[in-house]
Write a protein of this length. Sequence first.
Length: 296
Amino acid sequence: MAGKNAESKKISIRIFDNTEVRAVWDDDNSKWWFSVLDIVGVLRGETNYEKNRNYWKYLKAKLRRENNQLGSVTTQFKFTAPDGKERLANVIDYDGVKEFAKKFPSKQANRFIEWFTYSDDTIDGKSKSKAYALFDSSLLDTLEVGTVKGLQQIHAYLFGGLYDFAGQIREVNIAKGGHCFAPVKFLENTLRLVEKMPESSFDEIAEKYVEMNVAHPFMEGNGRSTRIWLDLILKKNLKLCVDWSLISKTDYLSAMQESTMDSKRIKDLLQNALTNKIRSREIFMKGVDYSYYYEE
């Protein structure tokens, strides 16, 4: 199979032990293909590209000698190599990944298989699939940008059919990690004030995002919905969006926790991750992947 055009391909990222496992969508066969080198890396606990490539060459030859069909992987797609260039790389499909991991000499193979096979059947997994589809959905062009209603529309799309409160403002008080979000008796007024906050500069938009997080209008799914909401505001007003893959989970969560008292750190993280690739499918898909990873 030839490599797909870089502009049209759909890239998905899953994160295992803080390491990316990339996949590319195959329209012809309607399925995901996963990077063999990424899987080799996570199973070996090795981040060096050349070492993983050399190990894969060795392992592929060994599998071929054993007449194992996994040793004859010829399906290829283009992925970005460490030098920034798009290069053809071996890929295997969902069933192939499970079979590959079973035969891989790694102590964490079983844990990897459990992680890999479990994620698609959860509420988050199903919601994530809906988030992927949002890029090609006409809904993106009809959403209200920067409003509470627009945020409700995003939440209803992501979690419709999964939560009975999808798109509905919560009616009970909630807390997380010892922090209490906006009390219900003040929530309507709080959301009205947040909605009216200006959006003419990055600093204003980031502050509005922080305040919406403090409000936490939904019972569940606030972060995933609000990050898409933020990107839509940035795209409309500044012709920018966030490349969420540039912000680590640890940095993001700690910065958001700090933001209730001081928003400087989260603003710095967001600003340093801005990109003008607002129409890039890959940036959008990576954003979904990392956004859901933050919530795991």
